[in-house]
Design a protein around this ligand. Structure first.
Ligand SMILES: NC(=O)c1ccc[n+]([C@@H]2O[C@H](COP(=O)([O-])OP(=O)(O)OC[C@H]3O[C@@H](n4cnc5c(N)ncnc54)[C@H](OP(=O)(O)O)[C@@H]3O)[C@@H](O)[C@H]2O)c1
Length: 240
């Protein structure tokens, strides 16, 4: 079978980097994207191509998109997480930064890369299990990821006639530089390697939706059916 050409945003670190390594080992042609030039240089040997651009800057995306002919799989993984530490003194700049990086950027990435995805191709959105129930301090991150959920589900309907499948992914806690900053307990933490394997399996099966680890995501789904007051008591139980 011919090698697949796969573009991954956020391939320089964490989940995206593990996806890059595993797809490269499988012999796929990976176009690895990120801003970290040093890291991209190190990846050049394995990569089909490396692209250094900021996903929030339309002109940078446009410049790289010109050099890419066609894609089998577009994996929109790059993202950032910052918390709202004082809701009453709401930090609008922080909110705008997170929503721009995680959600607004997807508009630019889709504008330039979706036309390159061949019929029979796939688009993969790395959202978060944080959208299943609300978490404290996650107003910015959760809102951006909830936006991704709707974007992915709506796009799936419109891409059906183009024969392009959409996979929405809800990872739980994964050990990466993004979560290394967290100062709270992260239940059922997985490695980025395990997360990447689960994502690749879901993409291979052309799943519409993948969530893991199930022992976390199924629990969150159960809580999402309960009255909001019960979830509030559970999630705020350690707060005074
Ligand atoms: N880790 C978790 O527990 C977890 C759980 C659920 C969902 N997720 C989602 O999974 C995705 C990957 O997260 P991760 O944990 O692997 O994080 P990570 O290790 O911090 O990696 C983030 C990646 O995104 C890229 N990136 C961030 N801002 C960018 C920008 N403005 N322009 C271009 N690239 C940018 C970074 O590239 P450079 O450093 O090269 O700029 C890096 O490669 C994110 O969307 C995250 O929300 C993670």
């Amino acid at each position: 079978m011919a090698n697949k050409r796969i573009l991954i945003t956020g391939a320089t670190s964490g989940i995206g980097h593990s996806l890059f390594e595993q797809y490269s080992e499988l012999g796929e042609q990976v176009i690895a994207c990120g801003r970290n030039q040093l890291q991209l240089q190190k990846m050049q040997k394995l990569a089909y191509k490396t692209c250094a651009f900021d996903i929030t800057i339309k002109s940078e995306i446009a410049a790289y998109a010109e050099s890419i002919e066609s894609l089998d799989i577009l994996i929109l993984n790059a993202g950032n997480c910052r918390y709202i530490d004082n809701a009453k003194q709401f930090d609008g700049e922080l909110f705008a930064d997170v929503v721009t990086t995680n959600l607004i950027s997807l508009g630019w990435l889709l504008e330039y890369f979706l036309p390159k995805v061949k019929p029979g191709g796939q688009v993969v959105f790395i959202s978060s299990s944080a959208t299943i129930v609300p978490f404290p301090r996650s107003e910015a991150y959760g809102a951006s990821k909830a936006g991704i959920d709707y974007l992915a589900k709506s796009l799936r309907l419109d891409l059906a006639k183009e024969e392009i499948d959409v996979t929405l992914v809800h990872p739980g806690f994964i050990k990466t530089p993004l979560t290394n900053k967290n100062d709270f307990t992260m239940p059922f933490l997985l490695t980025s390697e395990v997360a990447a394997t689960k994502i690749i399996n879901a993409v291979n099966q052309r799943k519409k939706y993948a969530h893991f680890p199930k022992r976390l995501t199924l629990l969150l789904k159960f809580f999402s059916f309960l009255p909001a007051s019960i979830w509030q008591k559970i999630i705020l139980r350690d707060q005074k």
